[in-house]
Design a protein around this ligand. Structure first.
Ligand code: DQA
Length: 139
């Protein structure tokens, strides 16, 4: 089994309640349970972490650093956190950046990802499928 850690950043704990027209109706627990159901067939052993705090996300990336992969939705930190970018660059584990929404069809400030250049790849705009596609990239 490959060990993959899904890390969600700020405000993603509000999924389901937060701008459902942009982010969908599913809660974070529902999203995680859906991924957990898909994981065994992919040979993936999945764990989850969510925090609204930048430093906690940095620590979670470091702690997942020797796993087989990290799926990272850093939320708004995507657009400006050099600390999270440096954590991604520091670890061995390949990191796939994901976003529920298509950040490139939204406000200009969402068009920049400081994290993307140090990730293996980025998957944006497919709702919860963004996470599933990221998991499949590790298989
Ligand atoms: C997001 C996009 C970010 O711009 C935003 O700040 C989020 C969610 C997404 O999943 O679409 O919090 O990462």
């Amino acid at each position: 089994m490959k060990k993959v850690v899904v890390i969600n950043g700020p405000n993603l704990n509000l999924l389901g309640k937060r701008e459902p027209s942009v982010y969908g109706a599913a809660t974070l627990d529902e999203l995680n349970e859906w991924l957990l159901r898909a994981a065994p067939d992919l040979g993936i052993d999945l764990t989850f972490f969510q925090s609204n705090v930048e430093g906690e996300i940095v620590t979670a990336i470091q702690e997942a650093g020797s796993s087989d992969g990290i799926v990272l939705n850093a939320g708004a930190y995507t657009h400006y956190s050099i600390a999270i970018r440096d954590a991604v660059a520091a670890v061995q584990a390949p990191v796939v950046e994901v976003h529920l929404s298509n950040v490139y069809s939204r406000e200009d400030f969402r068009h920049v990802s400081v994290i993307g250049p140090v990730c293996r790849g980025s998957i944006v705009g497919f709702g919860k499928d963004s996470y599933l596609l990221a998991l499949k990239s590790f298989v």
